[in-house]
Design a protein around this ligand. Structure first.
Ligand SMILES: [Zn+2]
Length: 154
């Protein structure tokens, strides 16, 4: 049965490989070491027909590279194409920041206004990260688990 299936030959593979490389070079004009090991073939297959402004992509990447809330720099490339924050591994609030927010709220969940113990609550960005909110004490609020999951759609 597999005899009938089309197996790409060496030339076809080489041409495909060249297309991927050219696409990466055209859209990501500045080489960075983080680009090594990214599954470019998968990104190429999914986004090769989209039109990007390479200059804008580079500006976006440069900004994210400097952002200390971005834990996974390699993920920036997937993020600028897909828009999915999970690729960035955005920094979580520290225990100290959570404690501060908890005390400030006197243990009251900002959504349902009920009292919870600290370990029953989760930290949330008041200003969402994608709209410029940082992972710092001022931007931290505590929600009960249920409200946080609902809010984050987790
Ligand atoms: Zn709540």
């Amino acid at each position: 049965m597999s005899k009938n299936q089309h197996e790409p030959n060496a030339t076809e593979l080489w041409l495909y490989f060249q297309s991927v490389i050219n696409w990466v070079k055209a859209n990501f004009t500045k080489y960075r070491r983080e680009m090594k090991g990214i599954k470019w073939g998968i990104l190429y297959n999914e986004f090769k027909d989209e039109k990007y402004d390479a200059k804008k992509l580079e500006e976006q990447i440069a900004t994210l590279m400097e952002d200390e809330d971005v834990g996974n720099k390699k993920g920036i490339y997937s993020y600028v194409l897909t828009g999915k924050e999970k690729h960035l591994n955005i920094r979580a609030f520290s225990d100290k920041q959570k404690r501060e927010a908890y005390e400030r709220q006197k243990g009251i969940c900002v959504d349902c206004n009920k009292h919870f113990e600290l370990n029953e609550m989760e930290a949330d960005h008041i200003d969402p990260w994608h709209s410029g909110g940082k992972t710092d004490a001022e931007n931290c609020q505590m929600l009960c688990r249920e409200d946080n999951r609902r809010k984050g759609g987790k």
